[in-house]
Ligand binder design. Sequence first.
Ligand code: FE2
Length: 380
Amino acid sequence: MAILDNTSLQLPKENPGAEDFLPLLGTDHVELYVGNAKQAAHYYISAWGFQPLAYAGLETGLKDKVSYVLQQDKIRLVLTSPLRSGGPINKHIDAHGDGVKAIALWVDDATKSHHETTKRGADSYLEPKTLKDKDGEVVLSGIHTYGETVHIFVERSNYNGVFLPGYISWNPHYKAPEVGLKYIDHMVGNVGWNEMDKWCRFYEKVMGFAQLISFDDKDISTEYTALMSKVMSNGNGRIKFPINEPAEGRKKSQIEEYIEFYNGAGVQHMAMATDNIIETVTALKNRGIEFLTVPASYYEDVLDRVGEIDEDLMPLKELSILIDRDDEGYLLQIFTKPILDRPTMFIEIIQRKGAKSFGKGNFKALFEAIEREQESRGTL
Ligand SMILES: [Fe+2]
């Protein structure tokens, strides 16, 4: 099923420094390893408005794991749990808690993608493998990236099934309305001390990415904590991977807290785009999603900083939605509190109105909000 539309295959060059030798057509799906996929699926359906799409488990012939696939517009999440003890998924969950295992990327040729990236130094995770069923075939391959996270290359042009061979369509009686999430805007990795440059070079060398922007600890620091960040992107700009590392501050930064609880590097947040952030965030709050808030004083001078915007300020203030501007326009964004018990992963909701940046002007207000949360956890 062609979920990602083929009309945009002409791949406009958004990041001229990047070399598109793969090329990457978009994010195919994100797979999370979770302790209880059945219950996690209910959460993403009822709270986040994802629609049930596909299923694989004992009933489909799997012996040791189960996966639920959910979809909202172009975003597909796969939630996978082990069915027995002691396997690799169990070890992953034991080490990291629930978290992102695979950022799967949509390509024309998964065999070539594997060859091109491993030839440039990537460690193979999955040799090219063809999966077939009555609906056609899919070729998958994979490489390792930071921590225990992997990239899977998905070639699906000869497939018409619901998700991947081996999955059946999943149509439970309970569904909840979508909340307007459209696509993955960016996926952020947290890496250890002094490892940001190493992983940026990895994306440069292995996948042909180029750096879009960098932020040092002067940009991203408060009185207490700091971090550094660089944004890597592929040539057509559809794949954006900011990489963060901790920086020295008076207290423990949120990146160190993440690394401690995740037991190493991993995905810190998924940013999901919407065309109407006020409606999306209102719906999510009504369904119980908790967001970081900023003090009311943030809104007193925000319009002096960002200039005129289309939205009324009042609903943005009531929802604690942040605003920032760059040379090309503005953006609206908000961040959830961690969506797990471990203070590790969270989700960003972003609406771009021309801006291609990541909300640098909000970093200070945002990190002060995170510090208040860390304080309450005793991890600051
Ligand atoms: Fe972000």
